[in-house]
Design a binder for this molecule. Structure first.
Ligand code: UTP
Length: 271
């Protein structure tokens, strides 16, 4: 059983400027609740017991969000407001399960993952990218079920328009397992439309093997000069590590772009 998750939060969030000039995008409210709480709730519901946040000094606001005990205590003592008491209990529950590590230079998602190396105890762990919200169905939970059956690494997958493949990690699919799961033969970070092996994109949910750390520690920067997690996954696949692409149920919301962020509130308010 997978009990640990990691969440990279040390990116700059330039696509959400000007909001991110002073604010951590993961704390921006989506229908009245910070985006990161949706991600934590998905983890808790999937049975995760410990979450490692990768933040930077510039994003200490995220740690502070979970450490305002004296503020809450003062308000609760003065007002005894049941809503505040409930919110504080929720924050305490999150706080208990979160550890923080730092990536002060945003060198890429792969570099962010490498920072968690000494915290990962088991053979496999879950990674969630907080810009990618998946609503109406717990994607992490479904991926854990597939992992338990096949004992392999899993990545979430979604069909995207051929015109947009250069924005994503794209799979070359291998053998079909069933309607929603395929073995992966290759994965390429942001390919051009002519080089893309399919229109199936990697979405921000991964079950990764601990062996990925040794790949990451040797990895050179790739596209855009960043150390991408996709490139380390590609090296593992080439060495015959089994990876499954899981076409998830539920609705994908991209909260990392301004239009997507605005739309996510509209979509969640309809549920
Ligand atoms: P992205 O590259 O999609 O987002 O990273 P970003 O860098 O935060 O935002 P833009 O592109 O400038 O608008 C995907 C996830 O990986 C984290 C980000 O915080 C985001 O959750 N990340 C990215 C890191 O933790 N470290 C990095 O070096 C890069």
């Amino acid at each position: 059983m997978i009990k640990q998750a990691i969440i990279p939060l040390a990116g700059l969030g330039t696509r959400l400027l000007p909001l991110t000039s002073v604010f951590a995008k993961e704390l921006l409210p989506i229908n009245g609740k910070p985006g990161i709480e949706y991600i934590l709730d998905e983890c808790i519901d999937a049975g995760i017991e410990e979450v490692v946040f990768i933040i930077s000094k510039k994003k200490l606001m995220i740690k502070n969000y979970f450490y305002k005990d004296s503020f809450y205590k003062k308000i609760i003592k003065k007002k005894k407001d049941p809503r505040v008491i409930k919110e504080y209990k929720k924050i305490l529950k999150y706080k208990k399960m979160i550890k923080f590590v730092y990536q002060n230079k945003p060198l890429g998602t792969g570099d962010a993952v490498l920072k968690t190396k000494k915290y990962i105890k088991d053979k496999f762990f879950l990674m969630l990218l907080p810009d990618d919200l998946i609503i109406k169905h717990n994607c992490s939970k479904s991926m854990m079920r597939i992992h338990n059956r096949h004992k392999s690494s899993i990545m979430a997958s979604m069909n995207v328009s051929r015109k947009t493949v250069s924005r994503w990690g794209i799979y070359k699919l291998g053998k079909k397992i069933n309607k929603t799961n395929y073995f992966v033969n290759d994965v390429i970070e942001k390919p051009s439309a002519s080089k893309a092996p399919s229109n199936k994109a990697v979405i921000g949910r991964y079950i990764l093997p601990k062996t990925i750390f040794s790949k990451l520690s040797k990895q050179k920067p790739g596209k855009g000069g960043e150390i991408h997690i996709t490139d380390a996954i590609q090296s593992l696949i080439k060495e015959n590590e089994k990876f499954i692409a899981h076409n998830f149920a539920g609705k994908y919301l991209d909260c990392g772009s301004m239009q997507g962020y605005i739309n996510s509130t509209v979509e969640i308010s309809k549920i």
